[in-house]
Each structure stands twice: as structure tokens, then as C-alpha cells.
Design a protein around this ligand. Sequence first.
Ligand code: SF4
Length: 372
Amino acid sequence: MTHNWRDPSVYLKKIYLAKNCADDPYAKEIIERAGLPVTIVSEEDMGSLVGGEYPENLKAGKKSLLLCRNQGDFLKDCPGTKEYRCCDYQILNVGLGCPMDCVYCILQAYLNNPYLSFFLNVDDLFRELSAKLRSHKGKVFRIGTGEFTDSMALDRITGLSKRLVSFFGRQEKGVLELKTKSAAIENLQNLEHNGKTIVAWSLNSEEIINHQEIRAANFEQRLDAAARCVQWGYDCAFHFDPIVSYPGWEEGYRAVIYRLFEKIPAERIVWISLGGFRYLPALKKIASSRFPHTHIFAHEFIEGMDNKQRYFRKFRAKIYKIIYEELMARCSPRTCIYFCMESDEIWQEVMGFRPTEKGGIGNMLDQAAGLK
Ligand code: SF4
């Protein structure tokens, strides 16, 4: 079964605008582009914008977008743990929620509002970013918007990528990673990106894309979008995360890797991450009730040191070795292949070294991005 969701923002049906942003020029711009009905809401209304109980109301909630101000910080450290190696990344929080609906999406358990939010006070965002990039003499930053939302899913109507890419194009000490499962990349054309934006896609086997990533672009659409970004001078990245076990996984992932390197020039890929499926118990409860036919939890798991359920170490190493060998046979020497949240033992067993031997994952990625 294939599907056609190049641009998941078309799922939106309604915009809510926070009362204190009623005259915001950026809100007016977004509303004009979206062409959807708008209701102005006060803070007290925000808890009841979508009827029903969470998380049952998520499917309906994802049709609504709240435009509001971010009252907190825009930048956060990526929440790594000391037990598993993480990559020293900064998250730029531009909004919450996503119109796509992946069965395994952690946001289902992490957020508690069914609707999507987008933050209008981008002047504050750029002030905070500028201060960060001026701080810490000598330090460089990899910053991404794809943690609490998908970086490009709403971009057709928000146009935020144009502002971000142009901003990063003028920076010395930082790169922006836009991470997506959509193919809505039109806004990235003709921007002065200066090599400071990396456009990244989460990839999976077609079986997982077609059955577990609802309203996401299909595999060929993602590759086509990546190929266009390469034509426009961007470097790309890919994230095989979550790698899911199912009957036929081995052929499924091999096929994706063959096709990826047929379509995208290896030397234009900055990094590729690998992460086995892992989840918090709260997610299993929510996802199993929302998607009763999913098989992704029908496997043996073990609780990791971060309280997440993971495949057994031996099995993770097996999956990773197969994928890593396929990638190594094709990738460019410049490409950094790394694990997202894995132990030193897995690194050693699969890749033959520990990240600390190369200055840590952060250092490896900084070098791959040309920041050092
Ligand atoms: S695309 Fe990302 S943010 Fe959106 S539902 Fe899927 S996993 Fe969640």
C-alpha cells in the first residue's frame, strides 16, 4: 500500500489564534497562506479546543493548529542520558506536535495537548539563538528543530525554514539540521544557505513507512525531496530511527540502503544515524490503544538503564551490523555514521571503536559538518 502525503500540512482544517497575538503580523501571514477558518481564543479556552479525552482525541486534534507565543526558552539541550552515548545537540523548540501520526511517536506520551502549536514570537527565538551562538568562545553548535515537531511538516504555511536557513547562512559557529518525514521542501529553494543547513530525512523500510508512519511522505517522495535539496546545494543527512524488527526486516532495510545510494550522491551525506526501536511503557499503552493492529510491540524487549524498553543487546548488535556493513560499503569517507543513544559496548562491537576514541560523538559530527 502506498500513500501520498508529500505535505502533511494539508491535514489541517482549523487555526486557533491566541488572543494576545491577534495583531501579530506573522500570524496574519500564516493565516493568509493557510486559507483555513480562524478562531481567536483566550488562555482559558486552550484546554478545551478539541473535544474528547487525550489521547483518543489526537487524530482529530492534529487537524487544529494553535498560533501562540512561546513563554519559555526556545533552546534546550537534547535530553541524553549518561548511560547511552548522545551527540551533544541543541533543540530549537519552534512548536509542539505534528500532523503526521507515527505509531511509535514519543510525542504521544510526551505531550498532553491533542492540537498542534506554533510559536509566533520568532524575534525572541532569533535573539536567543544569536546569544547562544555568541556564547562559549570556540564552541560550535548543531541545532535542530525536529524534536517536538517535524521540521518541515507545517513549513508551507509557516515559512519558518526561509527565516532559519537565511539566519544560519550568516553564522560561523552553528549548523541547522531540518529533520523531516515530509517532502514539503519547496521553501528551501533559492535561499542563501551557505552550507549551514543540513536537510535530514528519517528513513525506514517501506513496510514500516507504509504501515506505521501515517500521513508521512512515502519512501520515494522523501528521496526525491532529498535529491532536489542536493541540487539546490544542500548537504543531507539520514536517520534510520527507529529500526524496527518484523518478518523480512533484513531485506527491507537492505533495499532502502541500495535505493538511497542510487538516488543520493554519497559525498553529499553528512551523517547517518542508527537507532533501534525503543520506548517508554507509557507509549506502549497509548500507541496500542490508538493503533490496535500494530505489531511493533510484539517482540522481546529488555528494560534499558534509561527505563526504555529496547531489543536485547545481541539482537540490536545483529541488526546494526547488517545495516552498518551495507552503509559502509557505499558511503563516502566524509559521512559520519553514528548510533543515537547506544552503549559503548554496542559501538565497540559493531563499529570497532568507542566514540571517546574520536573525541566523542559531538566532535565526530562537528567535523563531518565542517564546523572544525
Ligand atoms: S513525523 Fe516525527 S513528530 Fe511527526 S508523528 Fe512521526 S515521529 Fe512524531
